[in-house]
Every structure is written in C-alpha cells, then in structure tokens.
Write a protein that binds this ligand. Structure first.
Ligand code: CMC
Length: 450
C-alpha cells in the first residue's frame, strides 16, 4: 500500500488563504495500527468523511469511518441560506441580520428571500404575494378529511396528516426537477399551511371553518380564519398582525436543525414536497424541537409562582426536569431571536393585557442566568422561551403553538429542499452504522428456545 496517500489536494490549494502555504490545507494523520500516514484535504474547515475510507489495516478492511451520533460535528451539506454563529449569538438569512429583517421585512418577503436568495423588487414581491394568496384555499375533500379527526385531536397530528394528504391531490408535485412544477408546489405549501392550521383549530372548537380572505395580509388572513365570528369583514388588530408576522420571520429558517434535516433527508429519496414537509412537521412536533414552546407554558403553569422558581431550578439541577425553552445545540450565547421575542411580548401585552406567567418566566431567566449550572453549560433562553407567552396572550391554546412554528418554518424547509435537489454533491441520505449485534447464528425452532 502506498504509505503517503493524498485526497483531492488540488481543490484545497485553489482555496488556500494567501497567508497560508497551499500544501498546509491538509491534515496528516498517522494510523498507529499500521504506521502509515495519510494527507486528507481540508476544505471550508472540513475533511471529507469519505477520505477516511482509504485508511485500512489490510486489503480486506472496509476502511475507517467517522462515528458521530446526533451529528454533533458533521456538516451534511454546504448551504447559502442561513448563517449562525452560536458563540456570538448571530443569525443571518442570506446575509441579512435577523434583527434587520424582524424590524423592516414581512414574512412573505423573507420567505421570498430564503427561497430565491435575494430580496424581491416591488413587482417580484407583488407577484409572489398574489400567487401565494391565490393558493390559500384547500380542496373541500381536505376539509372532509380534517372533519374525520376526533374533537380533541392534537392540531399537529392533523397538520402532519393533512399536509401528507395534499400529495394525493397534486400528483404533478412528483415532477421535482421541473422548476415550474416546483414553483407551483411552493405557492401551494406556503399558501395552504395557515388554512390547514386554522381549520384544525376551528375543528377542535367545533366551530365552522372560515375561508381565506384574499384582501388581508398573510398573518391577517390567518387571524381571520382562526378568530372570525359573525362579522361580515374581519379586521385583524394591527399590533397582533405585525407581532405574528415578526414571529413568523424569526422562525422561518434555522439551518440544519432536526426538522430541516428531516426535510432534506426524506426529500433526498425524491419523494414529493408534501410528503417531505409532513415528515419535517412531524420532526418539529417533538418537545425538544418545535414542541418546546408548548412545554414552556406547561412548565410555567406547573411552577405556579415566582416564589417557587428556586425550588424548580433545584429539581432541574438534580436531573429531575429539563428547563424547557433553555439551551440549544448551536447557540452557546443568548439566542438573538429570544431577545426580539421578549420585546414583542411586551408589545402584545400592551394591547391584550399582561400574561400573569411573565413574572415566573422573568424569575426563571434571572435565576438561571446567574446559576453556575446554567452558566458553565452555556444554557440561555432560546426562541421558544417567550413565544408561548405571546401566543397564549393572543388567544391561542397551547396545542397550537408548534403549529404556528410549522407555518413559519415551511419557507425554510422549502428553501433547503430546493437547495438540496439542485446540489450536484447530494445523493439519497444514507448514513452508515457500527454493527454491534450478534454474530451469525442458526435459527432455533420454537420448542428448543429457552
Ligand atoms: N435544562 C437543563 N439542563 C439542560 C438543558 C435544559 N433545558 N439543556 C441542556 N442541558 C444540560 C444537559 O443535561 C447537559 O448537561 P451535562 O453536561 O451535565 O450532561 C448539557 O446541558 C448539554 O446538553 P445536551 O443535551 O448535550 O445539549 P444538546 O445540544 O444535545 O440539546 C437541546 C439541545 C435544545 C435539545 C436541549 O438544550 C434541550 O433539551 N432544551 C430544552 C428543550 C428546548 O427548549 N428546545 C427548543 C430548542 S430551540 C427551538 C428549536 O430548535 O425547535
């Protein structure tokens, strides 16, 4: 075997910073089992896991793999969509700071930015908005499908099923490499998610469904479908309409999180985007991901009063509980979205009255940010810590919280789906495993088993 093997070092040389010698853009590893050394190219701060495969003890050896459960240190793609610096608490969509977008953009404009890569011109935004608004109606049979759920069905379960069901209504969605077809599914998905969510909500109340109103904004129409009663024309309260729009912007994308990885992974089989979005929505449902805002509210209610916070924190430190809405795989600093959410909370309280749980939340944050357990583990409030308080104050039941997250995240999932499909380096997602089970054994007839 050649003792000195090199992996695509010409690529590394092409991208070497001028102050570094090109040949230093590689990693030399020595296999102590054989004494052989290998040069692995370093590109964009990564080595290719497949380059490890050449490291073998003999010709029959499969070759070295990297072992990374939960993908703690594995980049599964290159992306131009979202940038996060978790140590500094920075979040950008397509190069624009989240603070700037939250202040000056709208959800539909941000969705356009995520999916197309650039902010739209006036005409592009008008066309985009027109097409999405004109895809908000759902087929009457989807309505009947939703009717089939029990009155207390969790709206996330209804949403996951209804989005998957859309796949059966739009067989043209299978044309995933046809740009025109993709465009149509994108309008449909962004347009119909709020309608499905609102219908799920109305179903849980046993109330008649409210059809979309094309005169209203994206969040305004959503509020209409949720809350309209007997009025001929629903007028969404301006402060709530804007608050919801900003919350949608904050949740629109977050690079390779659990649900986005589900979207990419499932869609890598070339299934249609409705099935992939249903899978992503299912991943989001979990309490460690989009279900966390629901859990935060339950936790605050469970704590009951600011005076009982120290006792609860003690239980968290004892490993009995998790502090929901705290901690993040990527952020080891204050989540920049949480800062904006905290501000919006007060804007909503000004209109709707204060949420009594806010005092408990503030006390949890104050104590946790001073406590050695949380400080040493770099556990800060994440986006979900304050969103639940806002949603509850706006009149949403807790079960609707993850649904709101799913509506917003749809644009991010779609952007990531398209990027994955058009990336020539991507293939069907198929991780390896380290088999640790039994060796080959003979089948034991039933009567001979112990
Ligand atoms: N409460 C108490 N301890 C915690 C928490 C928490 N919320 N989060 C992490 N830790 C501890 C954890 O026990 C571990 O301690 P030790 O080193 O002693 O074993 C240490 O901090 C590192 O945690 P980890 O489990 O290795 O971190 P992770 O990156 O695997 O998990 C997380 C990230 C978000 C799943 C986790 O922090 C968590 O469960 N948080 C609560 C749920 C939550 O708020 N989720 C929403 C995330 S933001 C929005 C979204 O992505 O949907």
């Amino acid at each position: 075997m050649n003792p000195q093997k090199s992996a695509s070092s010409e690529i590394a040389q092409a991208e070497a910073p001028s102050n570094l010698k090109a040949e230093r853009q590689s990693l030399t590893v020595v296999d102590n089992r054989t004494g052989q050394s290998y040069d692995l190219a370093i590109q964009n701060g990564t080595i290719k896991a497949i380059d490890l495969r050449q490291i073998k003890t003999d010709a029959d050896d499969f070759g070295l793999m990297s072992y990374d459960p939960a993908f703690l240190n594995t980049a599964a793609c290159t992306s131009k969509i979202t940038f996060i610096d978790g140590d500094k608490g920075i979040l950008h969509y397509r190069g624009y700071a989240i603070e700037d977008l939250a202040e000056r953009s709208t959800y539909l404009e941000t969705a356009y930015l995520l999916i197309h890569g650039e902010l739209p011109s006036r005409q592009q935004l008008d066309d985009w908005t027109y097409h999405i608004i004109h895809h908000t109606f759902i087929h009457e049979s989807v309505k009947k499908f939703l009717d089939g759920f029990h009155y207390d069905a969790h709206p996330m379960g209804m949403m996951i099923s209804a989005v998957a069901a859309l796949s059966t209504f739009y067989p043209d969605a299978k044309q995933i490499f046809d740009a025109e077809s993709r465009r149509k599914q994108i309008y449909r998905l962004i347009g119909k998610m709020p309608t499905i969510a609102a219908f799920a909500y109305r179903h849980s109340l046993g109330m008649p469904y409210v059809y979309p109103d094309n005169d209203l904004s994206y969040p305004g129409n959503f509020l209409n479908m949720l809350f309209r009663m007997t009025e001929l024309k629903y007028r969404p309260p301006a402060a709530l309409e804007r608050a919801l729009d900003v919350l949608f912007i904050l949740h629109a994308d977050h690079e390779q999180n659990c649900s986005t990885s589900a979207m990419r992974g499932v869609a890598s089989s070339h299934v249609d985007p409705y099935c992939a979005t249903a899978a992503a929505t299912a991943a989001l449902y979990g309490p460690l991901h989009g279900g966390a805002n629901e859990e935060v509210l339950r936790m605050l209610a469970d704590i009951g009063s600011a005076a009982r916070v120290p006792e609860y924190i003690k239980r968290v430190k004892g490993g009995e509980k998790k502090l929901m809405g705290f901690g993040h795989r990527v952020y080891k600093n204050y989540d920049p979205r949480a800062r904006i959410v905290k501000r919006i909370a007060y804007e909503v309280f000004d209109v709707m009255g204060c949420n009594e749980l806010i005092d408990i939340a503030l006390e949890v944050e104050r104590i946790a940010l001073e406590d050695e357990y949380f400080v040493t583990r770099k556990l800060y409030p994440n986006v979900d810590f304050y969103t639940g308080l806002i949603y509850q104050t706006m009149g949403f039941p807790v079960t609707m919280f993850p649904v709101l997250f799913a509506i917003a995240r749809t644009s991010g999932w779609i952007a990531q789906w398209q990027e994955m499909l058009l990336d020539s380096e991507q293939k069907i997602a198929r991780p390896r495993q380290v088999y640790r089970g039994a060796g080959l054994r003979g089948y034991v007839p039933m009567d001979d088993r112990k």
